[in-house]
Design a protein around this ligand. Structure first.
Ligand SMILES: Cc1ncc(COP(=O)(O)O)c(C=O)c1O
Length: 463
């Protein structure tokens, strides 16, 4: 290959078609494949380490290298038997949208840069607003994921409630809240003693009475309570904090209510989820991750703010080199609403997926996730050596081998990793290690669940 960073039309076509063929083959045969694998560091670096390649090479051997050395040594988070952490089922419309967005390399930071794409983002965000039940004043934006959604929302809370002054401010959340919240608060400058973690109740929810007492005590000590963070689907157990009760406290105490629905908020689309998420639209801000339970490729997070104008008042700056951008007030500039200036066309993934399949298909797929976890729970209840540690809730079920200690559960995870048929990972509930299954992948079948549990049971007996 000569020294150029260009391909001819025919070369682009051949390269592109080859990539699509690889993807289609991979996705169509996923259930027959291993769930993925974890590379051994010295082995993988031995294969990949090399000086910067001064001269190029044809794409065919490079794709072969990736297919041989890289992709098989990753976890296939879209595999129907990947039950660990939060799966990333994805969908092909999202993949194509990602490709189009990269190909056009649309800039979605200002109206001047990407006007129609900004409009697509506004329309898609408004779909999410409607689906979640927020009023029309609600605005939002797509971000990289739940972590940045939480960071963005908490920056708004800090600005609106504290006028960006942090001294003696306190934020409350349960001990089940996701670590990204603590990380976001750290980035925003809060000290560990300003984060009041409340022990959860027996259902892994934020206890209202305990919280009210904590707020009173903190006020009496001269502190400034400013925000309650609720979880709408905890990562551990799918628990949803009492959103209406928390709203009532926030109203009385004049606090911001942020709801971390990165995992669970998408469940509002289906009937069962809507009931569990009662009060969702009472949040001042909400994190919601389409790259989880709305089946988008990664780097598709979203944050909604009930009074949308707060986003602009928190993030808008007017540097000289953007003076041509801010001329017409009806134009939206997504850089004014969040952290990034250069932003990709993330909205296109959800827009194309909703348009192609329809929200009804998503609703049914989400409901199926609930049913799969209930099926897993039912299977486990029929297995004499296993007990349920946390029942199926929001497509998450946690369970424990009655005849084994914490160490056995850790060994079980390691053994299933080696086995490669399926993957469940562990967490700690009430001080004990448990296994956890998250069943949001709409391609997961009852057989996948039955076979996985039978295999784990057989492995537990051998350890
Ligand atoms: C409840 C919850 N909040 C936040 C996050 C962080 O989201 P992300 O990994 O997209 O940054 C997760 C991730 O699993 C989560 O489950």
């Amino acid at each position: 290959m000569d020294s150029r960073i260009e391909l001819s039309r025919d070369e682009m076509r051949a390269f592109g078609y080859r990539v699509i063929d690889i993807l289609v083959e991979h996705l169509a045969t996923l259930p027959q494949q291993r769930v993925g694998a974890k590379a051994v560091p010295e082995e993988i670096y031995a294969k990949l380490s090399e000086p910067p390649p001064e001269h190029g090479s044809p794409y065919e051997p490079l794709l072969e290298q990736l297919q041989r050395d890289v992709f098989p040594s990753t976890m296939h988070v879209n595999h129907p038997r990947f039950f660990a952490f939060v799966p990333g089922p994805g969908n092909f419309a999202g993949v194509m949208a990602e490709t189009l967005a990269a190909g056009y390399n649309v800039f979605v930071g200002t109206w001047l840069g990407g006007s129609a794409a900004e409009a697509v983002e506004t329309v898609t965000i408004d779909w999410l607003r409607q689906l979640c039940g927020f009023e029309e004043s609600c605005r939002g934006l797509f971000v990289s994921g739940g972590t940045v959604a939480n960071l963005t929302a908490l920056a708004v809370a800090r600005h609106v409630i504290l006028d960006d002054r942090l001294e003696r401010a306190v934020v409350y959340m349960s001990d089940q809240a996701h670590s990204s919240l603590e990380k976001a608060l750290r980035v925003l400058g809060f000290l560990p003693e300003q984060i009041h973690r409340i022990p959860c109740d027996e259902d892994f929810r934020l206890p209202i009475a305990y919280l009210t007492a904590a707020i009173k005590e903190d006020r009496e000590a001269g502190k400034r309570p400013f925000c309650i963070i609720a979880s709408a689907g905890t990562t551990n157990t799918g628990a949803v904090d009492p959103l209406r009760g928390l709203r009532a406290i926030c109203d009385v105490e004049r606090l911001w209510l942020h709801v971390d629905g990165a995992y669970g908020a998408a469940a509002v689309l289906c009937e069962q989820g809507r009931r569990l998420l009662d009060g969702l639209a009472l949040a001042d801000s909400l994190s919601l991750d389409p790259h989880k339970w709305l089946y988008q490729p990664f780097e598709t997070g979203c944050v909604l703010v009930r009074q949308g104008s707060h986003l602009r008042s928190t993030f808008r700056l007017l540097p000289d080199y953007l003076q041509d951008v801010h001329r017409h007030s009806e134009e939206v500039h997504y850089t004014d609403l969040g952290i990034q200036l250069t932003r990709s066309f993330r909205a296109l993934k959800l827009w194309l997926s909703f348009k192609m399949f329809g929200v009804a298909a998503f609703r049914e797929a989400i409901a199926r996730g609930f049913r799969m976890a209930e099926f897993a729970e039912q299977c486990l209840r029929e297995m004499p050596d296993w007990e349920i540690s946390s029942p199926a809730r929001m497509a998450v079920v946690c369970f424990r081998y009655k005849r084994g200690d914490d160490a056995l559960h850790a060994k079980l995870v390691e053994a299933t990793l080696q086995d490669g048929f399926a993957l469940c990972t562990s967490t700690t509930l009430r001080g004990r290690t448990v296994l956890r299954m998250c069943t949001i992948n709409p391609r997961t079948t009852e057989q996948d669940i039955g076979d996985t549990l039978a295999r784990i049971d057989a492995t537990a007996r051998l350890i």
